[in-house]
Design a protein around this ligand. Sequence first.
Ligand code: MRU
Length: 343
Amino acid sequence: MSSEAELEVLGWRDGHIVALDQTALPHEIRMLHLTTVAALVDAIGRLAIRGAPVLGAAGALGVALAARLAERDGWDAARLDAAVKQLAEARPTAVNLRRETEAVAAVIPQGAAAVEAAALATMAATVTASHRMSERGARYLREVCGPAPLRVETHCNTGSLACLGWGSALGVIRALNNDQALAHVLVDETRPLLQGARLTCWELDQLAIEHYLIADAAGPFLIKEGLVDAVVVGADRVAANGDVANKIGTYSLALAARQAGIPFVVVVPESTIDPATPDGRRITVERRAGDEVTHVLGVPVAPDGTRALNYAFDVTPAALVTAVVTEDRVTNPAPRPRTRSHF
Ligand code: MRU
């Protein structure tokens, strides 16, 4: 089964938003029907809707929803502005959310129908960008790594669930697989919310792409042992200087990749690159509730009262990034590494 063909990750139906509840995967396919801005903000906050490009598309649809409700119920401008602000600020790290929300909000003076059209255009552009970056990234990797089928490690979830279309990093993996240029994927489980185990393994399974789930802490060691040819990840924000914010655990992979001399490649739509953020120090790293760390899928794994630090993202310096691939270009912030691990 193709998840893309059979499941709607995010959509607009009869004036409301439909979304696949990603907290229920992989065990249950549960669709959300979101008819208020508050319900959408809640779904974003608890990661039922997640992944930077999908957050951007959700923000765009949220503005369409707000504009429609405003027209129907006669909201004043202040109430509409407040709804847009809530959407833009529902999560802080993925720049796509604020960017697409504000871009579509700029159309509000033209009326709800125009806002809806702008939101749907954002969705379509998100899908197109996904396919283009997937193909470009696969071409780039074959160029730097050579023709042998690649063993690729990835982190978090960057497939259709996060990006629509094919995904970003996972889209590249899919394109490599289609070209018979992929050996297999090593999927980091991605503690604490297990996007790798729950979502990436589910997507790879749907696509019949060979993969192994690994504990996050195994990633750097397996790279050192020569079991990985390239690390490919997405990002929530790329600063103007090329520093990259992505799911916590990404930075250690970048360090290991540099040490081993394999490529560390970041795949993002242009909308994830933020010229207004000069460098990684200016990126707001989301900190989430400690119980996501003290509990696994709701089950306590630490003594009662344990305090946790739950940084949801980390920032990898540009100097560790081999290339940033987008739908339009490949930028190379760092010198190219050797083509294969030398361990
Ligand atoms: O907290 P999440 O699940 O929204 O985090 C998602 C990620 O970190 C992804 O790697 C990132 O958004 C890139 S998706 C193309």
